[in-house]
Design a protein around this ligand. Structure first.
Ligand code: 13P
Length: 248
């Protein structure tokens, strides 16, 4: 059985005081214990948020990491640094990092391997642009991203990997992929995993949809067979909305 996972990606939002307020407001509600709830917060807020969620079931995530443990990489954060704080998850290869910061599939692969080595569960983001979808290349693009991200990774790690299908045209635009389109692509990704590994891996890998997910769209998405969760930007910044997403 795959445990559903709803992760909030706060992106570059919330100074520490705002983060603590948001967590306090989330804590006023009860969250469905059968759903894994994760908050992926800016680096500077990780430590304080970790303390604030102590005693709850909420998990902590980072939004990026370097693959090396230490070294001359000015401005970067290493897996050891994240591990010390107690980070459970790390978003890797978000389209905003690929688009604005030049992250390549090769870098994504190194980061995924390093995260797994350090017991940090990677949330690996893949997804096509509008142009790619309009020229019917979405499956080709997503397949390449998935296979490159997982290159050289053993089957035993599959249970710790989450793949987030986030079509770039649906991020922050208010345009959600239809639940059927999202389900179809998540199913396609599951097939890729099945072909690369085996049926067990195919059945175990958790696949999220992301892109303008809101409280009024989550139920329909989560009802789909292939969708195991959501990676949520905007709506995760509002306590009531995040709670509604987790309690879909
Ligand atoms: P929005 O939910 O704001 O569209 O963001 C999606 C996203 O990029 C999550 O990683």
């Amino acid at each position: 059985m795959r445990v559903p996972i709803i992760a909030g990606n706060w992106k570059m939002n919330n100074i520490i005081s705002q983060s603590l307020l948001l967590i306090d407001n989330i804590k006023e509600h009860s969250l469905n214990k059968e759903v894994e709830a994760v908050v992926c917060v800016p680096f500077t807020n990780l430590n304080e948020v970790k303390k604030a969620i102590e005693g709850t079931d909420i998990k902590l995530g980072a939004q990026n990491m370097h693959w090396e443990n230490s070294g001359a990489y000015t401005g970067e954060i290493s897996p050891l640094m994240l591990k010390e704080i107690g980070v459970d998850y790390c978003i890797i290869g978000h389209s905003e990092r690929r688009q604005y910061f030049g992250e390549t599939d090769e870098m994504v692969n190194k980061k995924v391997k390093s995260a797994l080595k350090h017991n940090i569960k990677p949330i690996v983001c893949v997804g096509e642009t509008l142009e790619e979808r309009e020229s019917a290349k979405e499956e080709e693009v997503v397949k390449e991203q998935v296979l490159k991200a997982l290159e050289g990774i053993d089957k035993e790690y599959i249970k710790d990997i989450v793949i987030a299908y986030e079509p770039i045209w649906a991020i922050g635009t208010g345009k959600t992929a239809s639940s059927d389109d999202a389900n179809q692509m998540c199913g396609f990704i599951r097939e890729i995993i099945g072909n690369k590994y085996d049926k067990e891996a195919k059945d175990n890998i958790r696949i999220q949809y992301g892109g303008s997910v809101k409280p009024n769209t989550i139920k329909e998405l989560m009802a789909k067979e292939e969708i195991d969760g959501a990676l949520v930007g905007g709506a995760s910044l509002v306590a009531e909305d995040f709670v509604a997403l987790v309690n879909y």
